[in-house]
Design a protein around this ligand. Sequence first.
Ligand code: THU
Length: 136
Amino acid sequence: MIGKEKQKELLRLAAEAREHSYAPYSHYRVGAALLTKNGAIYQGCNIENASFTPTICAERNAFFKAIFDGIRTFEAIAVIGSGELPAYPCGVCRQVMAEFCDDDFLIITSNADGSEVVAETLEQMLPHRFGPKDLL
Ligand code: THU
């Protein structure tokens, strides 16, 4: 499990990533910073679309960049939104995490100004999940 300092660094990088957000419809800007098991960090932001459904969340943006690079093992992700409440990952992003991450994968979420931070494992956020174990 990563320590508080590493969690802070990931949150700082998530806030930096949020600057890249394209969210002209919801105006809800999200940034993510994904830590791989080998210590690399991938940033992602939400990218919206006038047709709405092609919109991608910050978390999946970060995961797909890493997966394209051949990385398959992950340690933690920090997510920062634009509201007063911590930006918990949506169900679709949790399911993508379920594909690649272990029970103890750490999800750190923060509200817009970083005054409220929550850290929970994937097991806590998506118990009884359907995943590779069910098919492989
Ligand atoms: N969004 C994320 O980037 N991550 C989440 O886990 C929840 C939602 C984005 C998608 C959309 O651009 C905006 O937030 C409002 O739903």
